[in-house]
Design a protein around this ligand. Structure first.
Ligand SMILES: Cc1ncc(COP(=O)(O)O)c(C=O)c1O
Length: 401
């Protein structure tokens, strides 16, 4: 098997554009919250492919839906109707309270659609506004618009100039936000729980400042719920927990459970400013992707998974806080539901291989944060076992410091 792993690595390093620094593990199979590598080793997945595999791996219902749809009809293009687009849009509208959906294939495309239609809104009104206000520590994706509202210099610098019309403000600083948002602001864009930037929920005071700034200046609000949405925090969307009323919402990741699909959701007043031909996507909302998404939403919100997040989330948080009390290198634990960040007093880089060594998959983000995004179907027993393994990994890293 080592030979196979070596072949895989050699071929990738020769032919694949080297944008990803991968961990030296090749997963070949999954079942529920468990992943298995090429050597047959078992791991508990506390990352879900970065918040995507909400139903875990090889979910029988999702597998059946994808298989059936692929044997019926996968793709016809947006030149024609098919029965699933409206059904999925209606489902998302009911969950979010927003009126309409545009379907695309990834998170960054959902954000692009939100940015474009925020500008479109002001253009249609005959009073164009170009500016966006975004947050420090934000991550919205890698295409030019999304990258322009992403704060991390490391991601931005090689590709500049980006959109020049973006102001960044300190996250959770109401005064800074109030000062930055003006009648030139087309939209504020914010992740209700900052994900990549270290799992930082917006505070209620900051959420109120957003609402006030929008009311005072007319600026629209874009909520990027790509990581925090669809039940992960114990709410369908975290903007609901904060009492925010976004005009545009970006959704992705978990929506297809691993089948690529994203969505931008619009309030009716923004949707009213859109015309035929304004935007489009060849794959966007095809039958296969919509079928997968309908299955995922059905499991999450009718099949008891959202309740599972609330239940397991409580014990998950308790266990994480116990870990923090035990290990001196843990500085803070932040999050909600099954979206957690464990901030260390040091770089979290060493935790990832140690965790893999102990049979648990986690990720490092924002340098010092261990990010935990388990499949939303995880049981209390599996979460306990996974956190025992993480505890042992923390112990190993702490001892080697
Ligand atoms: C909050 C947020 N927005 C946007 C994106 C970009 O999504 P994608 O990688 O599907 O383009 C991500 C991905 O990590 C994200 O977490």
């Amino acid at each position: 098997m080592t030979v196979v792993m070596d072949d895989i690595v050699a071929r990738e390093s020769r032919f694949v554009l080297q944008t990803y620094k991968r961990n030296p593990v090749t997963f070949v199979r999954g079942e529920g919250v468990r992943l298995y590598d090429a050597n047959g080793r078992e791991y508990i997945d506390l990352l879900s492919g970065i918040g995507v595999a909400a139903l875990g791996h090889a979910h029988p219902g999702l597998a059946r839906a994808i298989a059936e749809q692929s044997q019926t009809l996968i793709h016809t293009s947006n030149l024609f109707f098919h029965p699933l687009t409206g059904e999925l849009a209606e489902r998302l509208s009911t969950l979010s309270g927003l009126a309409r959906a545009f379907f695309c294939n990834s998170g960054t495309e959902a954000v692009e659609a939100c940015l474009k239609f925020a500008r479109r809104y002001w253009h249609t009104k005959g009073a164009p506004r170009a500016e966006f206000v975004a947050l420090d520590e934000s991550f919205h994706g890698r295409t030019f618009g999304s990258l322009s509202v992403t704060s991390d210099e490391h991601y931005r610098a090689p590709f500049e100039p980006l959109l020049p019309t973006v102001r960044f403000v300190r996250t959770n600083d109401p005064a800074a936000l109030a000062a930055a948002v003006t009648t030139s602001t087309a939209a504020i864009i914010a992740e209700p729980v900052i994900g990549e930037g270290g799992i930082r929920p917006l505070t209620p005071a900051f959420a109120s400042a957003i609402t006030e700034a929008c009311a005072k200046t007319g600026a629209l609000l874009i909520a990027d719920e790509i990581q925090s949405g669809l039940g992960r925090t114990g709410h369908p969307f975290y903007f609901q927990a904060l009492g925010l009323k976004p005009h545009l919402v970006a959704v992705g990741k978990a929506l297809g459970g691993g089948v690529p699909i994203g969505a931008a959701l619009f309030s009716q007043d923004v949707a009213d400013t859109v015309s035929y031909g304004d935007h489009g996507s060849t794959y966007g909302g095809n039958l296969l992707a919509c079928r997968a998404a309908l299955c995922v939403l059905g499991e999450l919100f009718d099949g008891g998974v959202a309740e599972n997040v609330k239940r397991v989330g409580v014990s998950f948080e308790r266990r994480l806080r116990a870990l923090a009390a035990k290990h001196a290198m843990v500085k803070e634990v932040r999050g909600a539901g099954l979206m957690w960040g464990v901030e260390l007093t040091r770089d979290a880089g060493a935790v990832v291989p140690a965790a893999l060594e102990h049979g648990v998959v986690v990720n490092r983000t924002a340098e010092r944060v261990v990010r935990l995004l388990p499949p939303l179907v995880i049981t209390e027993a599996d979460a306990d076992e996974a956190l025992n393994r993480l505890d042992a990994a923390f112990g190993a890293v702490g001892a080697s410091a």
